[in-house]
Design a binder for this molecule. Structure first.
Ligand SMILES: [Ca+2]
Length: 117
């Protein structure tokens, strides 16, 4: 029995239509209110605030997902905690990637320990 999680936190594709454009490098556009913008560990890079703690490596160095730059709650129910080998993820991978016969975690726990989506 598959349960639909309304937040869409297990797969980035769910929110594709409402997803804002990724941030950028250099100066933050003047037209953006400051509450919409967050800085990466590298002050030359910035992202939109809603890209923090979304499981996706938007800053390129994971500083939008990891302390000390960003305090995020632990992986949500739709995520598996491991050290991903996929650049896109930082501390967790979507459980939809578990048991798909492809390695996503450095210790292969997505294939051997994760119970699946
Ligand atoms: Ca992110």
């Amino acid at each position: 029995m598959n349960k639909i999680v309304p937040q869409g936190d297990f797969n980035g594709n769910v929110a594709t239509e409402t997803k804002t454009l990724p941030g950028g490098k250099g100066a933050v556009p003047q037209s953006l209110p400051s509450f919409l913008v967050a800085h990466c560990g590298n002050p030359a890079s910035w992202i939109y605030s809603d890209q923090r703690c979304d499981g996706v490596n938007n800053c390129g160095d994971c500083s939008d997902e990891l302390i000390p730059v960003t305090m995020c709650p632990p992986c949500g129910p739709g995520w598996w905690h491991c050290t991903p080998i996929v650049f896109k993820y930082c501390e967790c991978i979507p459980r939809s990637l578990c048991r798909d016969h492809t390695q996503h975690c450095s210790d292969w726990s997505d294939e051997y320990s994760c119970p699946g989506p």
